[in-house]
Design a protein around this ligand. Structure first.
Ligand code: FAD
Length: 301
């Protein structure tokens, strides 16, 4: 009998890189939870942490304040998400300049969801950036920002075909994007097949898989349906009957995410972006499994 080949995820030689996504807090209580999560995850030395921008620009100030505090109080590099929605070019340019002044050098540039909600038609502000591509060009004109963008292994719900989405990704790279972060997915085959197509197109930027630890199955499944990410039956089965059992749900969530990332490592993936939902414990445990250990926290410059 042949011995199993050594799994990359068990050989511990690959240099794993991680990044974490947070959302800006609404209340003091949420603010405390966010900073607890940031402080818990910071010693894992993420390549960057990103802060989302609320639908329709509703969190403009909160996103800015959160990102500015990360620059001020930590040694982590922040990335500020920014969308084109409901704002003129001048307004968006002011936000970009204010990031530059606050010392932020990385923006996640997005078109954003339609103001009427996912599933309604997108209509750009008449004086605004019309597409994510135009936004990237605007950002690059203002400063030498690093620009990350979205990618959709199961295609964006408004796009007709995955090929059309790849055209959009190519246009975003041509406009200056140097990294993409994917929508979350549960079947690794979606990501791996997508990557084959991306590379076959000659798109060579890093495309970080977006990993969502399932804190609450019903909520995640409902969000997934809106964003076009499929929820396999096996995943629903794993959470079946656990609605009133949060302790077991968390163990299952950790094991599902662990299985997913370790399988990706076995396929040669070394960089991961975690949607933390502002909670550290599951993500911390998964990073530990990936071989990350706390590093001495550097004082911010
Ligand atoms: P794009 O890649 O720009 O594509 C959107 C649609 O526009 C597609 O149908 C595409 O075909 C079309 N399109 C794009 N460029 C062109 C062009 N040049 N000409 C014609 N058509 C074009 N939303 C938020 O509100 N705030 C956030 O902080 C946020 N963060 C996100 C982070 C990640 C990693 C991801 C994956 C999504 C995030 N979103 C966020 C959601 C995102 O805003 C929505 O999915 C939105 O519907 C699309 O924006 P996009 O930049 O991802 O899309």
């Amino acid at each position: 009998m042949n011995a199993d080949p050594v799994r990359l995820s068990r050989s511990g030689h690959s240099a794993i890189g991680v990044s974490f996504e947070f959302f800006p807090p609404k209340t003091e209580e949420m603010e405390t939870a966010l900073w607890e999560a940031v402080n818990r995850l910071a010693p894992l030395a993420p390549r960057f942490v990103s802060v989302t921008y609320g639908a329709g620009g509703t969190t403009r100030e909160r996103t800015h304040n959160t990102v500015a505090r990360i620059v001020r109080d930590t040694a982590i590099k922040p990335a500020a998400h920014l969308t084109c929605v409901a704002a003129s070019r001048n307004e968006v340019d002011d936000v970009i300049r204010s990031y530059w002044s606050a010392g932020v050098r990385h923006i996640v540039a997005l078109r954003g969801d339609p103001q009427g909600g996912i599933g309604t038609a997108f209509s750009a502000h008449p004086e605004g950036y019309q597409t994510s591509t135009a936004l990237i060009e605007g950002i690059r004109k203002i400063g030498d920002f690093e620009v990350s963008v979205s990618a959709y292994p199961e295609k964006h719900p408004e796009t007709a075909t995955l090929d059309d989405d790849l055209d959009v990704l190519q246009a975003k790279v041509d406009a200056g994007a140097t990294r993409a972060i994917t929508q979350f997915f549960f079947e690794n085959d979606h990501y791996l097949r997508f990557m084959d197509k991306v590379r076959a197109r000659g798109i060579n930027i890093p495309i970080l898989p977006g990993i969502v630890p399932v804190q609450n199955f019903k909520q995640t499944a409902s969000f997934a349906r809106k964003t076009g990410a499929s929820v396999p039956q096996w995943l629903a089965d794993r959470f079946e009957g656990l609605d009133d059992d949060p302790a077991t749900r968390r163990l299952i969530a950790a094991s599902v995410a662990a299985e997913q990332v370790l399988d990706l490592v076995d396929h040669g993936v070394t960089d991961f972006h975690f949607y933390t939902m502002n909670r550290a414990d599951l993500v911390y445990a998964i990073c530990h499994l990936l071989g990350l250990r706390p590093q001495p926290v550097k004082e911010s410059a």
